[in-house]
Write a new protein. Structure first.
Length: 277
């Protein structure tokens, strides 16, 4: 704030005033200036537009006093007017969000409906074909498994029947041989028979089996020309022949005299658990 000091010419006083009256006058002038400034500001419609610099106005008034009273220099102090800051621009409120209304669905035409029905029918047909194909494959797999099972069972039955047939044939041959031997020796009786020794090699290897020896009983009841028949293990052949040579029979007598008996057979059974029979 700037101030202005004025020096007034002083003439010879015609009369004397109290000193305090000069100060009261200056104060009244200052109050009047402030009131006038307030009326000017408030009397007009103040609308802040653009921030423009406001130059403070200082108003001074020269007052002449009677020369009789001593006058002191008066300093007029005018306070600076506070410039109001421009009001912040008020932004308008945002517009309400626009609600988009979806367009109404367009109903399909008859051609589109027919096309969709045709597509659905074709899809159903393909699905039924896939299901039928899967079922057919499952049936074929199940049929193959059933055929394989039947073939296995049939092969097992055939093998069991073959074993049973072979066993019966073996038993039948053995029975026939025993019957022929019994018929051939019905008129003579063995006196002594010694079992052969079990071959050590067969024992070590766990080999078992039968060995049949055919021979002739001479007129003295001794064994002659023993020989091993087919089917005898080589390890059992020699012990069987040696044992057969030691056999003793009661001679066969026909018309009062002894005769030879050819084709006599004896089977040796080699079993590790039961020994030789």
């Amino acid at each position: 704030m700037s101030s202005l000091s004025l020096a007034l010419p002083v003439s010879a006083p015609s009369f004397n005033l109290p000193r305090w009256r000069g100060h009261v006058g200056a104060a009244g002038i200052a109050v009047a200036l402030h009131a006038a400034l307030a009326v000017v500001l408030l009397g007009h419609d103040y609308t802040p537009r653009l921030p423009t610099p406001v130059v403070p106005v200082i108003t001074t008034q020269l007052v002449s006093l009677p020369p009789s009273a001593p006058v002191e220099p008066v300093e007029a102090v005018v306070p600076a007017v506070a410039v109001p800051e421009p009001a912040a621009a008020i932004e308008p409120p945002p517009p309400p969000p626009q609600v988009l209304t979806p367009p109404a669905p367009v109903p399909p035409s008859a051609a589109e409906l027919a096309f969709k029905r045709e597509q659905q029918r074709e899809a159903d047909v393909r699905r039924q074909e896939r299901v039928a194909e899967q079922q057919r494959r499952r049936d074929e797999t199940r049929q193959h498994e059933e055929q394989a099972r039947v073939q296995q069972e049939q092969a097992a039955r055939e093998a069991a029947e073959a074993r049973e047939t072979q066993r019966l044939a073996t038993e039948r041959r053995a029975a026939d041989e025993r019957a022929r031997a019994a018929a051939a020796s019905s008129q003579y009786l063995p006196i002594s028979k010694q079992a052969p020794d079990y071959p050590q090699r067969a024992l070590d290897k766990g080999v078992q089996g039968d060995c049949t020896v055919s021979y002739t009983v001479d007129t003295s009841g001794r064994v002659r020309d023993p020989r091993v028949l087919d089917g005898c293990h080589p390890w059992f052949a020699q012990p069987s022949l040696q044992a057969a040579r030691t056999f003793k029979y009661q001679p066969r007598v026909v018309d009062g005299r002894a005769v030879e008996v050819p084709g006599v057979k004896n089977t040796f059974h080699y079993s590790i658990e039961q020994g030789v029979r």
